[in-house]
Design a protein around this ligand. Structure first.
Ligand code: DQA
Length: 144
């Protein structure tokens, strides 16, 4: 099986970005942990972080050609803005889990709505870097 982990805008700054909200774990640490989890389950792993909406849309299209079985995505701010990302995920129809480090529901009201959640297999938020571990674990279980 093949799992793709996607990270949206500003997540390249993890570790130094608003640590009181997002914690001190870096994006490389998150990717390494996810990669190790997948390797242990015999699942192929790839990841991408981008600050560009179109790049994310095109990577999701590519996932179909790559025969990706499951996507774990932290859409970051695009969660709350992007019909294009929603349409891309709906278009490829690859099951996905939406993940957030923080709990957007406990934050500003503009973060309460997600364009993706109703299409997701599930949503995991509020556990910092552990949100990713939980999401990848859930994805691997779905694939198993
Ligand atoms: C986030 C939450 C979003 O509201 C925010 O725009 C982010 C990160 C999170 O992981 O907590 O950039 O997706």
């Amino acid at each position: 099986a093949k799992l793709l982990l996607l990270h949206g805008p500003n997540l390249n700054l993890l570790g130094t970005r608003e640590p009181e909200i997002y914690g001190s774990t870096t994006l490389s640490q998150i990717n390494e942990a996810a990669s190790a989890q997948c390797a242990a389950a015999g699942c192929a792993f790839d990841s991408l972080q981008t600050n560009h909406e179109g790049v994310l849309v095109e990577r999701i299209h590519q996932a179909l050609a790559d025969k990706v079985d499951f996507i774990v995505i932290n859409p970051a701010a695009f969660t709350h803005t992007s019909v294009a990302l929603r349409d891309a995920l709906a278009g490829v129809a690859i099951p996905f889990i939406e993940v957030h480090l923080s709990n957007p529901h406990a934050r500003e009201t503009f973060r309460h709505h997600s364009y993706l959640s109703d299409l997701a297999k599930g949503v995991i938020c509020g556990f910092g870097a552990n949100s990713y571990t939980l999401a990848v674990g859930a994805a691997l279980k779905q694939l198993g």
